[in-house]
Design a protein around this ligand. Structure first.
Ligand code: GLN
Length: 251
């Protein structure tokens, strides 16, 4: 009987360690009144972008509302998109909010909150382009933002040459200059970028449908739970919809 108890306890310990609850990770979550640090890439209008000295956008306002619910202030840290997951896992930031799509691959490295919106990947081309849909991308030069889902999808296109840029707008500029044939990027930033360049259009065909969520360090169940409770409350009371509607006008 005693022996059985010991082996049961052993099993529980192994299971806890495997789940990352063995105390190996020390998460420094903010306490009331402290700052919730959000890692983002503020070159992704309307989700996060610079307006004068400020970083504004849908994700910033959603994170602000979450912080308020949790009795915290919000601190925004701007960085390259492909540094965000490392920043969250190293504790440099508590959350990553950057129009970040939930993917199986990312779930190996971070945990995601409940999704707060859906988005699509679209294809941008020059107005006179012979590319009319995803099938025409084969063998073409495709511009993407480094480390994004657009980057992953483009890399799967047969014979395509993928040009990676740090900012989506840089890819769009390269397209406007004729150095690449297409850009694969998220739909709302695509609209913003196209409106700031000459002679470009977004193809109607959607390349992929995705969900955006907030990233927290892998295994930080306490923060994930807090973020989800706050997020679910601001989704339920219409705050999130109000924020999205403020930045995105229905067509
Ligand atoms: N939704 C895309 C992704 O998660 C792009 C996000 C971004 O560039 N900020 O990969």
């Amino acid at each position: 009987m005693k022996k059985r108890m010991v082996s049961l306890m052993l099993c529980a310990c192994v299971a806890l360690a495997a789940a990352g609850c063995g105390g190996s990770k020390n998460f420094k979550n903010p306490s009331r009144g402290e700052a919730l640090i959000m890692a983002t890439n503020a070159a992704f209008e309307p989700y996060e972008y610079h307006e004068g000295d400020e970083i504004v956008g849908i994700d910033v306002e959603i994170a602000q509302a979450i912080a308020e619910k949790l009795g915290l202030t919000l601190q925004v840290e701007d960085m390259e998109f492909d540094s965000i997951i490392a920043a969250v896992n190293s504790g440099k930031a508590h959350i990553g909010a950057a129009g970040m799509t939930v993917t199986e691959d990312r779930l190996k490295n971070v945990d995601f909150s409940d999704p707060y919106t859906t988005a699509t990947q679209v294809i941008i081309v020059q107005e006179g382009s012979d590319i009319t849909g995803a099938d025409d991308l084969a063998g073409k030069k495709i511009g993407v933002q480094l480390g994004t889902t657009g980057d992953i999808y483009a890399s799967d296109v047969e014979g395509a040459e993928v040009e990676q840029y740090n900012k989506g707008m840089d890819a769009v500029q390269a397209l406007a200059n004729g150095s690449i044939d297409a850009v694969v990027i998220d739909n709302e930033p695509a609209k913003q970028f196209v409106s700031k360049a000459e002679g470009l259009k977004i193809l109607e065909e959607e390349f992929a449908v995705e969900e955006y969520a907030i990233a927290v360090a892998k295994g930080n169940a306490e923060l994930l739970d807090d973020v989800n409770k706050a997020l679910d409350a601001i989704i339920a009371d219409g705050t999130v919809k109000g924020i999205i509607d403020k930045y995105i006008t229905a067509e």
